[in-house]
Design a protein around this ligand. Structure first.
Ligand code: NDP
Length: 248
């Protein structure tokens, strides 16, 4: 699918920043790339990219703040004018690696706020803007949809795959994200908006750590390939960076 406009959260570093870089460098790059981050002033990598790519717009977003989400919708809608949004990637996330002895109510709730509730609320807020896109485009190129939400999850959210236990924060909040994504896929299917859940693999970022298996450029290149090939029959599925279906 041609991504005419893209909004990505957590875009100032790690996987989010790499998505921005690679989408901007595509031969058919989006007309708008909205890179949302907590602190645009300090987003030096994004600002440097903005000097080369006029289609990059840096936006402020604290994903747990209702007003911040509202302001983002207003700002993105104003830039898009009559156009809708083609792709929303809910990428911002956290990992605290809480083991049984470390768990606190506060840290668990914070993880759920960032990893599960925020992507739901951001998706909810952007549904009208995505719908505009799904209604506007002349054809769907055989993909069966014209707008999409991609939620970045993790294989460690798979209940079937969990044989080592622990990591209560990430496993549970991302499993909730998977269920949220599944419901979104059902609710948004009539509006021809696809919803996909992607596991990036174990990636060398601040979150993944230096010992991770994959380079961030490799993970993101593979995920972009998966995103570009998604068809409506894949909506609501949990896929890895190579498009392989993962067990719930
Ligand atoms: P990083 O820690 O490198 O980046 C996390 C990003 O999320 C940062 O941009 C951070 O912003 C942003 N963020 C966190 N909390 C908030 C918030 N409250 N409001 C706004 N932005 C926020 O992580 P990765 O790039 O590795 O991870 C990206 C996604 O991939 C996450 O959802 C993660 O769970 C998932 N993932 C990553 C894996 C890996 O191995 N790296 C494995 C499996 C899944 P700030 O700089 O302001 O803190």
């Amino acid at each position: 699918m041609y991504v005419k406009s893209l909004l990505i959260t957590g875009a100032n570093r790690g996987i989010g920043l790499e998505f921005v870089k690679q989408f901007l460098k595509l031969p058919q790059s989006p007309q708008w790339v909205f890179a949302a981050c907590r602190n645009p002033e300090k987003a030096t990598d994004l600002k440097t990219l903005g000097e080369t790519y006029p289609n990059l717009r840096i936006k402020q977003l604290e994903v747990t703040d209702r007003e911040s989400i509202k302001d983002l919708v207003t700002s993105v809608t104003s830039d898009l004018g009559e156009e809708g949004l083609t792709l929303l990637i809910n990428n911002a996330g956290c990992l605290k690696r809480l083991q049984l002895n470390d768990v606190t109510q506060e840290e668990m709730l914070e993880s759920f706020q960032i990893n599960s509730v925020a992507p739901l609320c951001i998706s909810q807020a952007f549904v009208p803007v995505l719908k505009k896109s799904s209604l506007q485009s002349p054809g769907d190129g055989g993909y069966g949809y014209r707008a999409a939400i991609v939620n970045i999850s993790t294989l460690t959210a798979s209940i079937t795959d969990n044989v080592t236990g622990g990591n209560y924060d990430s496993r549970t909040s991302k499993a909730a994200l998977n269920m949220i994504s599944k419901s979104l896929s059902v609710d948004l299917k009539p509006g021809r908006i696809l919803v996909s859940i992607l596991d990036p693999g174990w990636v060398k970022t601040e979150l993944g750590g230096a010992g991770a298996k994959m380079e961030v450029s490799d993970s993101v290149a593979r995920m972009i390939k998966v995103i570009q090939g998604l068809t409506m029959d894949k909506t609501g599925t949990f896929l890895n960076y190579d498009g392989k279906t993962l067990p719930w």
